[in-house]
Design a protein around this ligand. Structure first.
Ligand code: NDP
Ligand code: HSE
Length: 330
């Protein structure tokens, strides 16, 4: 059986979720793909730190270039966070002929044109399913089974942390700071949760959705963005009294003249609206395509295993392609 070798840059929430997903389902994966996947190395800052999942100590390294450019590693999964050194690591891996999978929407959204061009120039795969809405397979659908559509609108709840905070404040009258702490403990929040609560994480995701749905790159800094930090318990109580729920919504609309309008902001939705029922770390994305019409995706947008599911899915797709290529060459 073909063995595809994987290196993880990062073994935090998402790195460990990816490791656990592949480990718990490897028997089924091998049977269905005819490929086995081996996580040979994982980059961390502190190898002695306690981890969510049990991995052999021998896989940990503090040198990124034990993985990047290593001819024994086929796929590099960038799961670090932050724009640098993540972007440089991804570019260096691509230039050395390694396929790259990333969950890092901050780095992807900031450098989307350069990353996609470098992947193309070096004839390697660059897959990013986990970067938008964790476990929801919205990006792959946009580029595969929905690829025949012309899209006019995309709208969603794309951040698990803020949706968790708003849900808990609304349903249990809890304090913002206490709920944010729980979201961090559950592995939903960014290392610096400012990106979540200020809406910047949704702007990063919307930038990626716009690139894939509308074929246009918009830098996240150019997306008008308001987060949830100014939302008070009084705002929530007033919305509840009006039978509404406050949700952080990212939205992009294509007008008839082809121009795009986009924003990230808290919106008061009537309780009967389908997005009003999306609670806690769940996310949802509404799309409108000129053939498929209205479509809604729903699932867990954050957390180690839901996100690990998306990263592992990308790894599988690349592994299957590697095995197919080798079979054709024989
Ligand atoms: P964590 O902070 O939990 O993990 C980051 C990992 O990267 C840690 O293992 C850390 O090492 C390592 N690391 C970070 N910087 C460096 C560096 N410069 N050199 C070596 N190692 C480094 O983050 P998450 O797993 O939560 O997130 C990872 C990425 O996935 C981010 O881009 C995030 O936006 C994205 N993402 C997260 C989701 C989630 O639900 N958490 C969902 C979807 C995407 P050490 O452990 O030693 O500190
Ligand atoms: N911090 C992000 C969130 C992780 O809460 O949605 C998933 O992208």
């Amino acid at each position: 059986m073909k063995t595809v070798r994987v290196g993880l840059l990062g073994f935090g929430n998402v790195g460990s979720g990816t490791y656990d997903t592949l480990k718990m389902n490897m028997g089924k994966i091998e049977r269905e793909t005819g490929v086995t996947f081996s996580i040979d190395k994982a980059l961390v800052r502190d190898p002695s730190k306690p981890r969510r999942s049990e991995a052999p100590a021998a896989i940990f390294t503090c040198d990124a270039y034990d993985i990047i450019g290593n001819p024994d590693i086929d796929i590099v999964c960038e799961l670090l966070g932050g724009i640098e050194p993540s972007t440089k690591y991804m570019l260096d891996a691509m230039k050395s002929g390694q396929h790259v999978v990333s969950a890092n929407k901050a780095a992807i959204a900031a450098n989307y044109p350069e990353l996609t061009k470098t992947a193309k120039d070096n004839n390697v795969e660059f897959r990013i399913e986990a970067s938008v809405c964790g476990g929801i397979p919205v990006l792959s659908c946009l580029t595969s089974v929905l690829g025949a559509n012309d899209f006019s609108e995309i709208m969603g709840i794309c951040n698990g942390t803020t949706n968790y905070i708003l849900t808990q404040m609304t349903d249990f009258d809890l304090e913002y700071a206490d709920v944010l702490k729980v979201a961090q403990e559950k592995g939903f929040a960014e290392a610096d949760p400012t990106a979540d609560v200020e809406g910047l994480d949704v702007a990063n995701k919307l930038s990626i959705l716009i690139a894939l749905a509308f074929g246009k790159y918009v830098h996240p800094k150019d997306i008008p963005t308001t987060g949830i930090t100014a939302i008070t318990k009084d705002d929530i109580a007033a919305a509840t009294a009006r039978k509404c729920k406050i949700k952080l919504i990212g939205k992009a609309t294509k007008h008839d003249d082809g121009s795009l309008e986009y924003s990230v902001e808290p919106v008061e939705l009537p309780a009967a609206h389908p997005l009003a029922g999306v609670s806690n770390e769940f996310n949802a994305v509404f799309l409108t395509g000129n053939a498929v019409d209205d479509l809604m995706f729903y699932g867990k947008g954050a957390g180690p295993l839901p996100t690990g599911s998306a990263v592992a899915g990308d790894v599988l797709e690349i592994g299957k392609a590697i095995a197919k290529c080798e079979a054709c060459d024989k």
